[in-house]
Write a protein that binds this ligand. Structure first.
Ligand SMILES: NC(=O)c1ccc[n+]([C@@H]2O[C@H](COP(=O)([O-])OP(=O)(O)OC[C@H]3O[C@@H](n4cnc5c(N)ncnc54)[C@H](OP(=O)(O)O)[C@@H]3O)[C@@H](O)[C@H]2O)c1
Length: 261
């Protein structure tokens, strides 16, 4: 049975998810579809987005728009175009992200630029443009996917951890600015997940298996109406948050570095 309410030919609530072709983004797309949200799905891989759209439409009667796009390109124009095209987005999920797991001596500068453009620049511009749009509407949620890595420096994964420190700090701050307009921004600090993230980050070391992204997507959905600017998901993340306040940074970074080398 479906409970999707149609207004002026459009479904009532819509979520935009970046990085939806796989991993956590795909899990979030399925979760929000199951809760009656229409979807706008963005990532570079058109085929994977089409596959996901077909799969979701077999189960749920919702609208799904796929937008194959590289978010490291022309993000200011892109975000304006999106907002001019839709009047009923309620939730933005900045999920697309990438890592580089190696000594800074071996980072490719082109990849490094992409990491900054995706993890920091695209997330910031989308958050900013959606903040204005949501303020006008009097409601909105900005969900920025961060990491346990935001809480500490990480040797051999330096720029990724630093980018996530930015994501959590930025999101916490804008939440304080926006809550008076019934617009909330939440950074979700997530634990390791069982996705292809490590493969894409070219991580050589073998780490313990991570959490199922479907379980994490479920937790994000359940907590998306929290008014806090930062949510730590999972016991390991909560413990790491505690340790990051108790232990010296040099010790934590050394422990992480020894696992990644
Ligand atoms: N996996 C973990 O252990 C872990 C832990 C904590 C936090 N996180 C965070 O969780 C989020 C999702 O990670 P994941 O594990 O699902 O990673 P993933 O499996 O590598 O997926 C990354 C997603 O981002 C998209 N993407 C990458 N570059 C893009 C670009 N330039 N433009 C548009 N889309 C792009 C990819 O799609 P295309 O290739 O089709 O573009 C893919 O859908 C990230 O922000 C990550 O930092 C991950």
């Amino acid at each position: 049975m479906y409970f999707v309410i149609i207004i002026n030919g459009d479904t009532m609530k819509r979520v935009l998810i970046t990085g939806a072709s796989q991993g956590l983004g795909l899990a979030l797309a399925k979760k929000y579809a199951s809760m009656g949200y229409s979807l706008i799905l963005i990532s570079r891989n058109k085929e994977e987005l089409e596959k996901l759209k077909k799969e979701v439409l077999k189960e749920y009667r919702i609208d799904i728009d796929i937008i194959p796009y590289d978010l490291t390109k022309e993000i200011v124009n892109f975000s304006k175009e999106i907002l001019n095209s839709y009047s009923n987005i309620e939730v933005l999920i900045n999920n697309a992200g990438m890592g580089i797991a190696d000594s800074i001596l071996y980072h490719d500068p082109i990849d490094e630029e992409k990491l900054i453009d995706l993890n920091i620049k695209a997330l910031t511009i989308l958050s900013m443009e959606f903040a204005k749009y949501f303020k006008e509407k009097g409601y909105g949620r900005i969900i920025n996917i961060s990491s346990v890595g935001s809480m500490m420096p990480g040797a051999y994964i330096s720029s990724y951890y630093a980018s996530k420190a930015y994501v959590s700090s930025f999101t916490y701050s804008i939440n304080l600015e926006l809550k008076q307009y019934n617009v909330y921004a939440i950074a979700f600090n997530l634990p390791r997940m069982d996705t292809d993230f490590d493969l894409h980050a070219k991580r050589k070391s073998k780490l313990k298996k991570g959490k199922n992204p479907m379980v994490i997507a479920d937790k994000i959905y359940k907590k998306m109406n929290s008014k806090k600017g930062i949510m730590n998901i999972g016991l390991s993340t909560k413990l790491m948050n505690l340790f990051s306040h108790l232990l010296p940074k040099s010790l934590i970074s050394k422990c992480i570095g020894s696992k990644l080398r």
